[in-house]
Design a binder for this molecule. Structure first.
Ligand code: NAD
Length: 459
């Protein structure tokens, strides 16, 4: 951990460096991103080991959900950064003839990235890529709950960049608090709704702009015309990857009553197919991050009727993929984001019930809908607000640089990935270059221009 009084030194060092204008040069940014790429490749083995140590992620899971996704993001950003960074010409309004409108993307300055523990690599590295691409200096505060990954991130950044361009400050909430008291230009936070509110309050004191990537209860709706066997596989994949500790995991299942039993039986088959008959002894099954979270999750196991799973190992912090049937909205498992391998099952008869039940709750980060009917798709997509999601799949909307990723309402504000990251970490400066070749007098007072103005500016 860094000693407290050097937090100020790092921030002021980065601010001084930013003011030199070095990061404004797009070639400088491209070089930094290539350096980052080399460093990521060189550290791959260490990252895989650290993810195994902190969360028992298998190599396949570590690669697909953390490492590969960052490679893809980085390659995409390197390919397009020069185009994104260029000032763009826009149309000229009739009232502005002779002038030229331009949008100049400019970096904010010094950016703070606060990352959570559940995808500790991806959720620190993706914002780093976006912030560097946009020309900022960056300070990352990784989660204290995944110390092995936090160490690798810290070493990687230290070995790759001068501290005045990118730095890692390890520690818990006290370090975040200290950092947020600094004269920062942007805060990018990923974590819980509770801490998101604290971050926004701290940022408000200096009017620092924020992106908040938060969580919530993401519904997974299965209509009776869905391809049930495929839906079961994709839901099991989305829910039990990383032992359910995924911000966009399906939090609860909302299935049409007449297909519930069939869907559940396919899900039980998929669990056995992916994790074997005894997931607790599968060396690749994810573990719960801490005893506190293990105890919180264990308390849910008595809610509703245990339909599948429920075994756990407190010593190893493991909980089997678990399905809870006969769950109602007033049970504790439905009152907060689950964030673990426990899937409550609720049923509905008509889609209207789904729309009103989901809309009664805070806007979710993700929503998944399994149906082949376009009318049903339209009904859900047009009537429920959510951050992002999939029709006939889970999680995959996150893993593409072409879609903005973020929440809405209580699940967050702002978005990133690909060009959306570049935009998030850039201020879009509007510039109007006026001509001096002529000057319309009708805009000035006392020149009788009102009639013409009314004509030009009519609704
Ligand atoms: P958390 O909010 O407890 O912690 C996130 C970060 O904030 C950590 O670095 C932590 O040290 C720091 N922090 C904790 N208390 C703080 C305080 N009082 N002041 C300032 N900083 C503080 O979240 P977590 O437990 O690490 O992650 C789980 C949550 O994150 C879940 O709610 C999940 O849905 C959400 N999440 C969201 C996304 C997304 O992309 N939207 C991704 C992953 C996780």
């Amino acid at each position: 951990m860094i000693v407290n009084d050097s937090v100020e030194a790092i921030v002021s060092g980065q601010r001084r460096f930013y003011e030199t204008g070095a990061t404004k040069d797009v070639s400088f940014r491209v070089r930094a991103l290539y350096k980052l790429r080399d460093a990521l490749l060189a550290k791959e083995k260490e990252i895989i080991d650290a993810l195994r140590k902190d969360l028992n992620k298998s190599e396949q899971e570590a690669f697909s959900t953390e490492i590969g996704i960052v490679y893809k993001e980085l390659a995409y950003v390197i390919k397009h950064i020069r185009r994104w960074a260029r000032p763009k010409r826009v149309k000229t309004a009739i009232t502005h003839i002779g002038s030229r409108g331009e949008i100049h993307p400019e970096p904010y300055g010094t950016v703070l990235v606060i990352a959570p523990w559940n995808y500790p690599w991806q959720l620190a590295m993706s914002p780093l890529i976006g912030a560097l691409a946009a020309g900022n200096t960056v300070i990352i505060k990784p989660s204290e709950l995944t110390p092995a990954v936090s160490r690798v991130i810290s070493e990687l950044v230290k070995e790759t960049f001068e501290q005045e361009l990118a730095a890692v400050i390890e520690g818990g909430p006290e370090i975040s608090t200290r950092l947020m008291e600094q004269p920062l230009d942007y805060i990018f936070f990923t974590g819980s709704v509770r801490v998101g509110k604290i971050v926004m309050q701290a940022a408000a004191k200096r009017l620092i702009p924020v992106t908040l990537e938060l969580g919530g209860k993401s519904p997974c709706i299965v209509h009776d015309d869905a391809s049930l066997r495929l839906a079961a596989k994709r839901i099991v994949f989305g829910k039990f990857t990383n032992a359910g500790q995924t911000c966009i995991a399906p939090d609860y299942l909302f299935v049409q009553r007449n297909v519930k039993d069939k869907l559940v039986s396919y899900m039980v088959e998929a669990i056995a197919e992916f994790y074997g008959p005894h997931p607790l002894s599968n060396p690749d099954y994810g573990r719960i991050v801490s005893e506190k979270h293990f105890n919180r999750l264990s308390a849910f196991l008595g809610n509703g009727n245990l339909r599948h799973g429920g075994q756990n190992d407190p010593g190893k912090l493991l909980i089997e993929p678990t399905l809870l049937d006969q769950v109602t909205w007033d049970m504790p498992v439905m009152e907060e984001e689950i964030f673990g391998p426990v899937l409550p099952i609720l049923t509905y008869d008509r889609l209207e019930e789904v729309v009103s039940a989901v809309n009664d709750k805070p806007k979710p980060l993700a929503l998944y809908l399994f149906t082949q009917s376009t009318a049903a798709q339209d009904q859900i997509l047009n009537n429920i607000s959510f951050g992002g999601g999939c029709v006939n799949d889970t999680l995959m909307h996150l893993a593409t640089p072409h879609l903005p990723f973020g929440g809405v309402g209580e699940s967050g504000m702002g978005s990133y990935h690909g060009e959306y990251s570049f935009q998030t970490f850039s201020h879009m400066k509007s510039v109007l270059r006026q001509t001096n070749r002529f000057d319309f007098s009708f805009r000035y007072p006392g020149k009788g221009g009102l009639k013409l103005l009314r004509k030009l500016m009519k609704p």
